[in-house]
Write a protein that binds this ligand. Structure first.
Ligand SMILES: Nc1ncnc2c1ncn2[C@@H]1O[C@H](COP(=O)(O)OP(=O)(O)O)[C@@H](O)[C@H]1O
Ligand SMILES: [Mg+2]
Length: 359
């Protein structure tokens, strides 16, 4: 009944397969991203429901997407995106020919993997987002756009990045600069590290922003985030078939909360108390409205920023593959109590709550 395009053996694929089996939906057919990226047309059966998952974290897929090189290097987003879109089209065409249906619309996935397009779509729909600056391609331009906008603290994000790769929390007081990022400078350029570090030498910051600039940068105002116990936080909210089903608090001492960078899961009850019942409902409503911008996607993962003071929320990004949250069960008031993110999706499809998109 189900097929999944992903990395064979990867947790994302095995956890989805576990959910399929447990729900009596049989063993999903696994189509490897490397095969798709090499040009093989996936063979789907008629009526198969095709889940497209991440090609990430697989060096083989990475080399096919970005070209050969050190998989930890920062950058190469434009090449990655072009190859990824070609792969998505191949999956779509194969599904169309076979009479299979997709659980995620390739066009929507493509928008979510371009932070500029994603931001613009959310803003056009009236979903709160941090205000964006015009796109920049390098450091001099970044400073010029910041000066024009009167912004002193911004987030600079590679347009096609994920897992905080190349993301820079940048601030200046007019003379000195400070950039916080997980990118580490080495002899061969910048690479992703698991440690967030601070650069205060402008030459380093300029080298990083210039290195990333050619692939497109999305720049937006730095929203100072609420904190608990000295750690800033945001929420990852998974929305399945239009309804927020799962939420996890991500806390960090660094401005980026991504869990692989030392971010830790935080206390959701404490966050709900701090937001208040109304604030919590409004926060979930913003996530549902963000998800509604992607109606052809069975699931999206919304990064919800909560401002200092707990009154403002804004969407940092929407993730097409934002459901890898092992061990997390559904919100008590939602439709996925006790179920993980994968089970929630299998159930939503099988109960007819979600309509897979035609190809
Ligand atoms: N405008 C912003 N203000 C404050 N923090 C932000 C802002 N945008 C992103 N962040 C933080 O940076 C982290 C990474 O940014 P995000 O847009 O989610 O990129 P990625 O795709 O790399 O995860 C997020 O977890 C969030 O906590
Ligand atoms: Mg994110």
């Amino acid at each position: 009944m189900f097929a999944v395009v992903g990395t064979p053996g990867d947790r994302r694929v095995t956890m989805f397969a576990d959910a399929c089996r447990a729900e009596g939906a049989g063993e999903p057919r696994v189509v490897g991203w490397p095969d798709v990226l090499r040009g093989a047309d996936p063979a789907f059966g008629p009526g198969t429901l095709v889940r497209i998952d991440s090609p990430g974290e697989d060096p083989e897929a990475d080399a096919l997407l970005r070209g050969p090189g050190d998989p930890t290097r920062v950058g190469g987003g434009a090449a990655w995106y072009a190859a990824f879109r070609t792969g998505l089209e191949r999956v779509r065409d194969a599904a169309h020919r076979a009479g299979a249906r997709l659980l995620g619309d390739p066009d929507e996935i493509a928008v979510m993997f371009d932070k500029r397009l994603c931001h613009a779509r959310l803003q056009a729909a009236g979903v709160p987002v941090p205000p964006a600056l015009p796109e920049v391609t390098g450091y001099a331009e970044l400073r010029a756009r910041m000066a024009e906008a009167g912004e002193r603290r911004v987030f600079v994000k590679p347009a096609h990045g994920s897992s905080a790769s190349g993301v820079v929390a940048f601030q200046t007081n007019g003379t000195r600069v400070k950039a916080v990022t997980s990118a580490a400078r080495g002899p061969g350029g910048f690479h992703n590290s698991l440690r967030v570090r601070t650069y205060e030498d402008e030459a380093d910051v300029a080298a990083l922003v210039d290195a990333l600039g050619g692939d497109g940068l999305h720049v937006e105002r730095w929203l100072p985030k609420a904190s608990l116990d000295g750690r800033v936080l945001d929420l990852r909210v998974v929305v399945v078939a239009g309804e927020p089903t799962h939420a996890v608090v991500r806390t960090s001492r660094a401005p980026m909360t991504n869990l692989h960078l030392g971010g830790r899961r935080g206390d959701l009850d404490a966050v709900r108390r701090a937001l208040g019942e109304d604030g919590w409902r409004r926060a979930l409503d913003v996530c549902a409205r963000a998800a509604a911008c992607f109606p052809g996607s069975l699931m999206v993962g919304v990064d919800l920023l909560v401002g200092i003071g707990w009154r403002r929320v804004a969407v940092g990004e929407v993730n097409a593959f934002g459901d890898l949250l092992p061990g997390l069960t559904g919100l008590p008031e939602g439709p996925a109590v006790g179920a993980d993110t994968y089970t929630a999706q299998v159930r939503a499809v099988r109960s007819g709550k979600a309509t897979p998109c035609a190809t």
